[in-house]
Design a protein around this ligand. Structure first.
Ligand code: GLY
Length: 587
């Protein structure tokens, strides 16, 4: 907690900041009205996220002279306050940075399994998965990486002081944010009530927040102030002690040693091309970049544009490509520090040609029958050794995209895994902790629901990072920044980002139209096409069924939050996703 003296000392800059924010809100109105049908235009800088206040925080920081990294860090901390369903300091994420000079960095601040984690920790004596054990409560928590990642980015590439970029989040936590209907609703979550601090903070001990009420989080404000003053405290100081003690009190495994051992990793991005555009995306432990590039490589030889956007022909071929890329994902991808992931082979265009030969343009393949093309060394052997993993994957998470006046671009996808994570709030610290342990394959060596033995690449192991689908992506056209893409949605992240990208490149849509276009997804197993409810016409669905596809219509689809650069004018085009209330703020 800050002292009274310190609190008074902070009043003047806080007031100034609030005045600046209000002035900025007014100035930004022109750039943020009528969001949803057309992209939001801005001349210099843009932030697109799921929440107005978070986008506003990032844009305000750029107005103060901060760059895209400063803005992304400000937006990230603000989301931890205003979007507790997925924005976080108790989870993890990936940041993709492309500087205006072409330099690229990828930060992995994914959660890690604690040292005491074991492969079978979620199985009972009979070898069955214990329901919810990896999803709800203290044992589901992975060592959080978000604070380390955001601070690392700020210290390496930011221009402003950490305190300055965290200030909007601190103000939002202390002064509160007005709740929308949806925000008030998700706090009714039944599991939250099982954890006293979660029940007190998010459910006011049963007197639920109403839409329009101000939601204040003074404990979180105090925590953010402590991090701003000394970011190491989260991992090595008093805060680490408090956090570990709280998790262990509840029966979790994370110790102070685990927190002290957490490290952010800079990883090599995966790169590829699609119809002449350059794609830069997320490497393992994300499956996102590899699976998307594999899909695009398979599709590159088909003239999707000629077949037409969301026609039965184009959906059929796209689904067949997803089926094959997700098959590889299920078996071969995991934490590269623990498993050998054959990235180069998976994103090789010759390998895609091999897959293409097995696609029937008139009939759906049967997921049970597909076989990996032979003649690809490492990949031939692995198919004989293991069979793929399939299991539950959460569909929450959040993404934000930033471009600054110099042309630096940042794409961040961050998560607690499920909506509201493990539902555990760290006592006295005021933030929710993740349930990222569920992104591991809980059960090994036993046939799953599809009669397959689960592959070991994503088995639980101490210090290991669970496989992710998060796909922050940057696309270049003629070597210049063109698209900044990303989405939440578990495995549908990959198809959402790929579908948006194809929307622009194959079907000539603008970035907002591409984001708004009805979604579809296939992930090898279950063997069905998920289609956004009421998105695709019944005639098209019938044509797909006639080819042998099973169709499942879904109501919930997550929000891409993307930016495009107009190649002719250089203007920034922000595409907030109406599906989850996204907001673009630019100037
Ligand atoms: N927890 C969602 C993901 O990492 O893909």
């Amino acid at each position: 907690m800050i002292s009274m003296g310190a609190a008074n000392h902070m009043k003047a800059p806080r007031k100034l900041l609030i005045i600046r924010l209000v002035a900025f809100c007014l100035a930004s109105v022109l750039c943020s009205h009528a969001q949803g049908l057309k992209p939001v235009h801005a001349q210099k800088a843009m932030v697109v996220s799921v929440h107005q206040e978070a986008s506003q925080a990032g844009a305000a920081i750029m107005r103060q002279g901060g760059n895209a990294v400063d803005a992304a860090v400000a937006t990230g901390f603000a989301l931890a306050v205003v979007h507790p369903a997925a924005g976080n300091i108790g989870g993890g994420g990936f940041m993709l940075l492309r500087k205006a000079n072409g330099e690229v960095h990828f930060l992995d601040y994914r959660e890690k399994a604690p040292k005491a984690a074991t492969r079978d920790m979620y199985l009972d004596a009979q070898g069955n998965v214990i329901p919810k054990a990896s999803l709800v409560g203290y044992k589901a928590i992975g060592v959080p990486g978000s604070v380390a990642g955001l601070v690392y980015a700020q210290q390496h590439w930011g221009k402003l002081a950490l305190k300055a970029v965290m200030q909007p989040a601190i103000v939002l936590a202390r002064d509160g944010v007005r709740l929308t209907y949806e925000e008030a609703q998700f706090m009714h979550d039944g599991e939250l009530a099982n954890f006293p601090d979660s029940k007190r903070i998010f459910q006011r001990n049963g007197k639920f927040y109403e839409p329009g009420e101000i939601f204040r989080q003074p404990e979180l404000a105090g925590t953010l102030e402590r991090i701003a003053a000394n970011p190491n405290e989260f991992y090595k100081g008093a805060m680490a002690h408090e956090l570990a003690a709280e998790i262990q009190r509840g029966g979790g495994l994370i110790t102070e040693e685990d927190l002290a051992a957490y490290e952010v990793k800079e990883r090599q991005v995966v790169r590829g091309t699609y119809r002449g555009y350059e794609i830069i995306s997320a490497p393992p432990p994300s499956s996102g970049g590899v699976t998307m590039l594999e899909t695009l490589n398979i599709l590159e030889k088909y003239d999707l544009g000629k077949m037409g956007n969301r026609s039965a022909d184009s959906i059929h071929l796209t689904v067949e490509a997803y089926r094959r890329a997700f098959f590889d994902r299920a078996e071969l991808l995991g934490d590269p520090d623990f498993a050998q992931v054959p990235v180069a082979q998976l994103i090789d265009k010759k390998y895609a040609e091999g897959w293409r030969q097995s696609i029937d343009t008139a009939h759906a393949s049967d997921s049970k029958e597909i076989r990996r093309p032979s003649g690809f060394g490492e990949l031939d052997r692995s198919a004989a050794l293991h069979a793929p993993y399939t299991g539950h994957e959460s569909n929450n998470t959040t993404h934000y995209s930033v471009v600054d006046p110099e042309g630096n671009a940042v794409a961040v996808t961050t998560t607690l895994n499920d909506t509201l994570g493990s539902r555990v709030t760290a006592e006295g610290l005021g933030f929710l902790l993740n349930d990222e342990m569920d992104d591991f394959a809980s059960k090994q060596g036993v046939p799953n629901a599809y009669g397959l033995i689960q592959g070991p690449a994503n088995a639980i192991g101490p210090g290991k990072r669970p496989l992710s689908a998060m796909t922050p992506t940057i696309v270049l056209k003629d070597g210049k920044l063109f698209l900044v893409l990303g989405s939440p949605g578990g495995p549908t992240i990959i198809s959402t980002v790929a579908n948006i990208l194809m929307g622009v490149i194959d079907y000539g849509l603008d970035i907002q139209q591409a984001e708004n276009a009805p979604r579809f997804h296939h992930q090898w197993q279950p063997d069905e096409i998920d289609i956004e409810k009421n998105g695709i016409s019944p005639d098209t669905i019938k044509l797909l069924q006639d080819r042998g596809h099973k169709i499942k219509q879904q109501g919930y689809w997550s929000d891409g939050e993307c930016i495009a650069v107009d190649a002719k004018t250089g203007e920034l085009l922000g595409a907030p996703d109406g599906r989850n209330g996204g907001k673009a703020v630019g100037f």
